[in-house]
Write a protein that binds this ligand. Structure first.
Ligand code: CAA
Length: 377
């Protein structure tokens, strides 16, 4: 895969940790529906919660390819932990790091990057899903404060986070141009978290609503430029889509890992099912999908590291990898047959977890729209 020795070494370190510490408890995280605090704390100590941020801001100072590798390897065992890391790292830390003042960066990034605090990103609202510019939450300037009213939904890490970045409509300027972004902190009066959502998959990850009721925040909690919040969040999502792609890739790789030994060991009609062409072709197609997804994700990550525009490539990577994950997990269950359909088998979890990747951080339809707009510009 043309990785540098450092990137290969980094993968081995993560893989080793995941096999020893995460894989054995991944089913428990899902079925207990409990937030994986213990693992998240350990990942924080390893530097993974801020893997691609500079050391001076508490990160590991590694590149985006390493970040993608981390999310991939974590998700290969546990999608819930994968999305927790991804949302924290590329949705919560990134906008502060990219658009914050030096003071905001020094205040908020290090505790997040070291994993001492978790972060969340509040964009989606009941009436603003794919149409993210349809934000109805408002921010009204009042002297040295902003007063925020409204709500956000389906927010990853909502009830476990201590730092939030959110969007709100701050002027009557049309569409996306009237939106600004803000930094919020747990405990602010008027910031309330709703109940944890009961999801189809990724049940160990935390997803909840946020409510803002006359939430008064200091004027300096404006993030970036007033009226530029929508664009800032779009840039953030360009990066986030690499990590959701990496999460989907990890899930797909994990499912393939489980299908191969089954094809070798399961005897039917007096021979291993992997000797039948029907099963061989499934495995071949699964492996092609996994490898193609990996190439697209690392390509987008490399463009990001090179400082080039990668909106189209991250959308391609996320689109391809998430659809590949649905395909590969489907086929892996097919190879396992009835056994793979049982609740105590990891594959039924992988199958459910994969589904979110086609929805979160922009549906497959939105990725196609983003790619097409880039082609037709
Ligand atoms: N980079 C920089 N600027 C961008 C940009 C990007 N990637 N995308 C758009 N912009 C700019 C445009 O250039 C435009 O600027 P000007 O008006 O100055 O020319 C402005 O932003 C508005 O852009 P559009 O006209 O393209 O906006 P739109 O209303 O048509 O919407 C969209 C575009 C791509 C559909 C966008 O709404 C979108 O991405 N929707 C999906 C939202 C999404 O992904 N939500 C995920 C929520 S997070 C989540 O799921 C987290 C989780 O935990 C799983």
């Amino acid at each position: 895969m043309n990785l540098t020795p450092e990137q290969n070494q980094f993968r081995e370190t993560i893989r080793d940790f995941v096999l020893k510490e995460l894989e054995p408890i991944a089913c428990g995280i899902e079925h207990g529906g409990e937030f994986p605090w213990k693992i998240v704390r350990k990942l924080g100590q390893m530097g993974i919660m801020g893997v691609n941020y500079p050391r001076e801001y508490g990160g590991m100072g590694l590149d985006t390819v390493c970040y993608a590798i981390a999310v991939e390897e974590i998700s290969r065992a546990c999608g819930s932990t994968g999305i927790t890391v991804a949302a924290h790292n590329s949705l919560a830390i990134a906008p502060i790091y990219l658009f914050g003042t030096e003071e905001q960066k020094r205040t908020y990034v290090p505790p997040l990057a070291r994993g001492e605090k978790l972060g969340a990103f509040g964009l989606t609202e009941p009436e603003a899903g794919s149409d993210a510019g349809g934000t109805r939450t408002t921010a009204v300037r009042d002297g040295d404060s902003w007063v925020i009213n409204g709500s956000k939904c389906f927010i990853t890490n909502a009830s476990v986070a201590e730092t939030y970045v959110i969007t709100a409509r701050s002027s009557d300027a049309p569409g996306a141009h009237g939106i600004s972004s803000f930094i919020l902190e747990k405990g602010m009066k008027g910031l309330n978290v709703g109940k944890k959502e009961n999801k189809m998959g990724l049940r160990g990850s935390d997803t909840a609503e946020l409510f803002f009721e006359n939430l008064r925040i200091p004027a300096e909690n404006l993030l970036g430029k007033e009226g530029e919040g929508f664009k800032e969040f779009m840039v953030t999502l360009d990066g986030g889509r690499i990590s959701i792609g990496a999460m989907a890739l990890g899930i797909a790789q994990g499912a393939l890992d489980k299908a191969i030994p089954r094809a070798k060991e399961r005897i039917q009609f007096g021979r291993p099912i992997g000797t039948f062409q029907a099963v061989q072709w499934k495995l071949a197609d699964m492996a092609v999908e996994v490898e193609a997804a990996r190439q697209l994700i690392y390509h987008a990550a490399r463009l990001k590291d090179a400082g080039q525009r990668y909106t189209r490539e991250s959308a391609m990577a996320k689109l391809y990898a998430s659809e590949a994950a649905s395909f590969v997990t489907h086929q892996a269950i097919q190879i396992w047959g009835g056994r793979g359909y049982m609740e105590d088998h990891p594959l039924e979890r992988y199958y459910r977890d994969a589904r979110l990747c086609e929805i979160g951080e922009g549906t497959s339809e939105i990725q196609r729209l983003v790619i097409a707009r880039q082609l037709l510009r």
